[in-house]
Design a protein around this ligand. Structure first.
Ligand SMILES: Nc1nc2c(c(=O)[nH]1)N[C@H]1C(S)=C(S)[C@@H](COP(=O)(O)OP(=O)(O)OC[C@H]3O[C@@H](n4cnc5c(=O)[nH]c(N)nc54)[C@H](O)[C@@H]3O)O[C@H]1N2
Ligand SMILES: Nc1nc2c(c(=O)[nH]1)N[C@H]1C(S)=C(S)[C@@H](COP(=O)(O)OP(=O)(O)OC[C@H]3O[C@@H](n4cnc5c(=O)[nH]c(N)nc54)[C@H](O)[C@@H]3O)O[C@H]1N2
Ligand SMILES: [Mo]
Length: 764
């Protein structure tokens, strides 16, 4: 078993355990965000920058995908948005000297936290075959190297082009166009590990893989169910929307194995009452569900609705739905004992939820990774759709599905064609517009890309942002797979582990971020993004870029395309790179809903994309109707003496970017290597609070996967489950343990046992 490079420095990682908080945001959040901003950006730059976040004419916060209200507050950002901005707009720099001073092998032993603290990348760097250090390289030479390696492949499918969800619409569109002109659909993206299960379930049942509600719907809802999501940390501005809904009379139910502080009580920092007073109580009913129990919960509620007088909206079902009878027969057969075992909830609480539903005309279900990262994630979300369809809660004000996206443009990237399984209609339009025949065979998603690199079938790995080796499952397998490549390339703003686990050759291509001014020969450019509710709007940075000569993502793609496809390629890549209006004109002709893109996006607040189910109750599914589905009741099985581990985010991180070592709301400070265990389970397993253990995952392949040195924290998690932070625990998630249909890694369901601390954690 190899020693493992940690995400946080073991010498500093000494978690202290306090009491979990009972409310979120308020003054401590404001103070915290300003402290981090000042530290990274200085006072003047902080003020100038934070004033522009999420404002019309400003830049889109690189934090989450939560939408902006029509009239943004002057401080329309949150503590964690401020941290995301500070992380990018930092005044620290990494120059060629840095790479000269630190061999790659040394950097590969550093923690992810340390790497991120070194500052913005400023010039293209090349790691030549056999070299110990990255060395500066010109942009021209860098693109030539990629072209050389691509030409040397057996075919275009031996390359993969990954995207992380911060990439703008313009860059994403150019990027997929380039990949497809090259001849491959190998366009894996972070969505494969994130909301793919939502997309799969929603396309099949409603015909559109996106949420069907707007902010206005939330404000009008009678009942909002938040399942498998921790908005206090990951979508803090959502708390303001929930508060507003609550004040308008909504009831809020949260379904979570953890009592998350943000859902209990919210102290809105935009009002005096939020800063000083007790704040607003958000959750009316907390269902502390077992990991993976949501399918059982929704099936039980559906059964109760079917058996209640006036429980369902028969007129809606008859007019708009398909498959009701089969679904109803299955749901009515739901076995109560199986529900109790899967959910761990008292039956009375499930009945209480059903009563609330029966009292509510307008119901919304919001969800995130707690639902999507399970083996049975797709059936679970299909059952949520069944639940909403039963009472006609789709396609009318105040009701609908609300998958809350992660990365700020992950939804837009997919709309732009970043998808390994593109729809025929999209490819037809793309081919027509650009006069070529795009490849039709499916490409590799993220998990398949790792397998293909492991097996030598993919030899060039190109990443538009992200931190592939840290974000994907089975860290040791993935790292070995990356090392088998001929060439690995990362377009990045900040240094991360993926730059240090390389193919025979490697390139780091630094790029502009959201906050940076993007000036071309045609003048200042803006980009566009799509939020979690299908609103497309512009984003324009104003800060001086960290170095002269940095290229935008769009420019990098266009120059790469020219270098690879050659001078004879008829597409005007140079013009696209200089004037993003020209890219938008093409998007307008290829992607439905983007007609008049350049005009519409210049309106303050942007425009909403059409959504059949939401706008007119038209369902572009195979049956032409909204589909009920039959989802047999299953739940994770955990052998005796083991727990089911979910891997989640602390309050001080953005995915693999670690901002700090605290998880304030959960009462944990000064360290990340903690495992949260219910005191009763801990007693049974003999896990004393404060003791150190190794986490060992168990999977049918019998391979030992170990995450060493975690401090045991007794915490009110639902029985049978444990929680620890990602990405430290990705080493435990087997590559082949993925969700049915969506192929998303089961990051919220890893069977683990506990062993004595092996001392295998690399100490520096
Ligand atoms: N500050 C900050 N903001 C972020 C991110 C970040 O890392 N930092 N990441 C962004 C990204 S890419 C994404 S996808 C989102 C992620 O947003 P979330 O999905 O909120 O992120 P996680 O920390 O994975 O939290 C999962 C939540 O689901 C609960 N949960 C886990 N398993 C289950 C289950 O089986 N059933 C139920 N009902 N609940 C369960 C967990 O207890 C936890 O509250 O946030 C985005 N925003
Ligand atoms: N175990 C476990 N694994 C998970 C998850 C989990 O809950 N548990 N969550 C999954 C989810 S939901 C997601 S979305 C993925 C995230 O996977 P990724 O999107 O691949 O990871 P990030 O950590 O968000 O990527 C951070 C890096 O992006 C680069 N970057 C930041 N801004 C920009 C920019 O503007 N342009 C460019 N080009 N680069 C930029 C920086 O170099 C930074 O180091 O992880 C997944 N992995
Ligand atoms: Mo995500």
């Amino acid at each position: 078993m190899a020693k493992q490079a940690p995400q946080s420095d073991p010498a500093q990682d000494a978690p202290a355990i306090g009491a979990p908080k009972r409310s979120a945001v308020g003054l401590p959040a404001v103070v915290n965000s300003l402290m981090m901003a000042n530290e990274q950006m200085g006072a003047r730059r902080s003020l100038a920058t934070l004033r522009k976040v999420n404002q019309h004419g400003g830049f889109d916060c690189p934090g989450c995908a939560w939408p902006e209200p029509d009239k943004p507050h002057t401080a329309e950002f949150c503590e964690n948005g401020a941290k995301a901005v500070a992380e990018e707009a930092t005044e620290r720099r990494i120059t060629a000297d840095f790479f000269a001073a630190h061999p790659v092998a040394e950097l590969a032993e550093r923690s992810g936290y340390w790497l991120g603290q070194q500052g913005r990348l400023t010039e293209p760097m090349l790691l030549e075959e056999g070299a110990d250090h990255y060395a500066p390289v010109s942009w021209e030479r860098a693109f030539e190297i990629v072209a050389e390696e691509l030409r040397a492949l057996d075919g275009p499918d031996a390359a993969a082009f990954y995207t992380s969800g911060r990439t703008s619409n313009e860059a994403a569109f150019a990027y997929q166009l380039f990949a497809r002109r090259l001849g491959t659909n190998n366009l894996p993206d972070c969505s494969n590990m994130c909301h793919e299960s939502s997309g799969s379930a929603l396309v099949e049942t409603l015909g559109v893989g996106k949420g069907s509600v707007s902010l206005k719907d939330l404000y009008q809802a009678d009942l909002i169910i938040v399942a498998g999501q921790n908005p206090g940390t990951n979508h803090p501005r959502m708390l303001a929307a929930l508060e507003r809904a609550k004040r308008a009379g909504a009831t809020i139910v949260s379904v979570n194995p953890l009592p998350e502080a943000g859902l209990e009580r919210f102290k809105n920092p935009q009002h005096a009452r939020g800063l000083a007073g007790p704040g607003t109580k958000l959750t009316d009913l907390f269902l502390q569900i077992r990991l993976g129990g949501d399918l059982a919960l929704f099936r039980a509620v559906n059964q109760l609705l079917l058996n209640a007088a006036d429980g369902i909206d028969r007129a809606f079902i008859d007019e708009h739905c398909h498959g009701f009878e089969e679904f109803a027969a299955e749901a009515k057969s739901t076995d109560r004992e199986a529900v109790l075992a899967a959910t761990g909830l008292p039956w009375a609480q499930i009945e209480q939820l059903a009563e609330l539903v029966l009292k509510s005309r307008k119901v919304i279900v919001c969800w995130a990774m707690g639902l999507t990262q399970h083996k049975h994630a797709v059936p679970t979300i299909r059952e949520v759709v069944n639940f909403l369809l039963l009472r006609g809660n789709v396609g009318r004000p105040g009701a609908g599905v609300c998958p809350v996206r992660g990365h700020s443009n992950v939804q837009g990237d997919r709309t732009m064609g970043i998808f390994e399984r593109p729809l025929a209609g999209f490819l037809d339009a793309l081919g027509r517009e650009f006069g070529f025949e795009p490849p039709r065979h499916h490409g590799f998603d993220s998990v398949e890309t790792i397998r293909a690199m492991r097996d030598g079938r993919v030899k060039v790995f190109f990443a538009m942002g992200g931190n592939f080796v840290a974000a994907t499952p089975d860290t040791l397998v993935t790292e070995a797979a990356m090392r088998r490549c001929r060439l690995t390339v990362h377009v990045s703003t900040k240094l991360n582990r993926s730059h240090l686990v390389t193919g025979a050759r490697a390139l780091i291509l630094p790029t502009l971020g959201r906050t940076d001014r993007d000036r071309t020969a045609k003048g200042d450019q803006f980009v566009t993004v799509e939020d979690s509710m299908g609103i497309v709007h512009s984003s324009q940075g104003r800060l001086r870029p960290p170095a002269d000569g940095l290229l935008s993502e769009t420019a990098i793609v266009c120059r790469l395309a020219r270098a690879v496809l050659g001078a004879a390629d008829p597409l005007p890549w140079e013009e696209f790179a200089a004037d993003y209006d020209l890219v938008r004109d093409r998007i307008a002709r290829v992607v439905p809903g983007f007609e008049d893109f350049n005009t519409k996006v210049r309106r303050p607040g942007g425009f909403a994309l059409p959504h059949g189910p939401r706008d007119s109750r038209t369902f572009p599914t195979a049956t032409g109707k909204a589909n009920f589905t039959v989802n047999p009741l299953t739940a994770p099985e955990v052998p005796a003496g083991r727990l089911l581990l979910q891997t989640l985010r602390s309050h001080d991180q953005y995915n693999t970017t670690i901002y700090g070592l605290d998880d304030r709301y959960r009462g944990i400070t000064g360290g990340r290597r903690v495992v949260l265990v219910n005191p009763a389970d801990a007693a049974e397993l003999g896990l004393a609070e404060g003791g150190y253990v190794d986490l060992v995952s168990e999977w049918r392949d019998g391979v030992e996967r170990r995450a060493p040195h975690f401090k045991v924290v007794h915490y009110p998690v639902a029985r049978g489950g444990a929680a620890a932070y990602y990405p430290e625990t990705n080493v435990l998630v087997p590559l082949d343990s993925t969700a049915e249909i969506s192929n998303t890694p089961t990051s919220k369901a890893v069977v683990i046992r506990f062993e004595a601390d092996s001392g295998l954690l690399e100490a520096r």
